[in-house]
Design a protein. Structure first.
Length: 289
């Protein structure tokens, strides 16, 4: 897959983000019927500076229902989504979108072998619960969002045109081992992780996205209904039209015409119908000449 990433890293990373959120969003809807959210951060490197694109996600076990009610999820504390199903859907979404992009660019035949090989491999989405509070997780991961592929602390020596640095070997129980590279190779690997110009590597989706937050604020109202009579009393003038009509004619129009005892209140005033604005017709005919 790295060959495809090197061919067009911007497109590759965009499809990666899209597949990650598309998978999470589908599982939120199908398993819980809510709009969930995620904060996603792109990293492109492995411990030895190899090209290893992957995305870290902070996913809350909560979301908004279609009625705008906040719902806490995963109450049993075991897991939020089944990992095997999550992995299979992510694989399908990512490779399918990548194939469509390559086909559109007319280079699918060039990378078709890499795509087919990726289908046959086992893809695993690594999921783990927060070991501490949500605040602790965000603070901990926040320290790594803007780091580069390697820090100065990991570099042991630069000597005779070679660079030696410390890297974890995850095949050997994450044991820290020294890695020595030729200076040119070190720079080549380091440059692999320079992102495309103006590429956004930290993205917020769902309930964390500012557009959805604004829509939720405008769309959803509190479950408790406001006291309409109290609102009317607070904002009414010294004498309403109905009260003036009763004073002049003796007829109380606020009395229910059916039961003769209940009181009717104004819920909404419908504005008077008027002729449409002539400018609407003018702009229509002008734009369709």
């Amino acid at each position: 897959m790295n060959t495809i990433c090197l061919w067009n890293d911007r497109q590759f990373y965009e499809h990666l983000f899209s597949a990650v959120w598309g998978t999470l969003q589908t599982f939120f809807y199908t398993h819980f019927g809510v709009e969930g959210g995620a904060v996603c951060v792109l990293h492109t490197w492995g411990q030895n500076l190899s090209l290893h694109p992957h995305i870290h996600c902070i996913v809350p076990a909560a979301g908004y229902s279609l009625k705008g009610q906040w719902k806490n999820l995963g109450a049993d504390g075991r897991f939020l989504f089944p990992v095997q199903q999550l992995s299979a859907m992510f694989l399908g979404k990512f490779l399918d979108s990548l194939k469509r992009c390559l086909r559109k660019q007319q280079v699918l035949s060039q990378f078709n072998h890499a795509i087919q090989s990726a289908y046959s491999k086992k893809w695993v989405v690594h999921c783990e619960p927060a070991l501490a509070s949500a605040e602790h997780v965000v603070k901990y991961l926040g320290q790594y969002t803007h780091r580069v592929a390697i820090t100065n602390q990991r570099i042991l020596s630069i000597k005779d045109g070679k660079v030696t640095f410390i890297a974890k070997d995850y095949r050997d129980n994450a044991t820290k081992k020294p890695v020595t590279l030729d200076g040119v190779e070190f720079l080549r690997r380091f440059c692999l992780h320079i992102l495309p110009s103006r590429f956004v590597k930290i993205r917020r989706y769902g309930i964390y996205n500012h557009t959805l937050k604004r829509r939720l604020d405008l769309q959803f109202v509190p479950e408790t209904k406001p006291d309409i009579e109290q609102i009317i009393k607070q904002g009414k003038p010294s004498e309403t039209k109905q009260e003036r009509f009763k004073r002049l004619t003796g007829i109380d129009v606020c009395t229910c015409p059916v039961c003769k005892t209940g009181r009717m209140i104004i819920v909404e005033e419908i504005p008077r119908i008027r002729s449409p604005d002539l400018s609407a017709y003018v702009s229509y005919f002008v734009s369709n000449k």
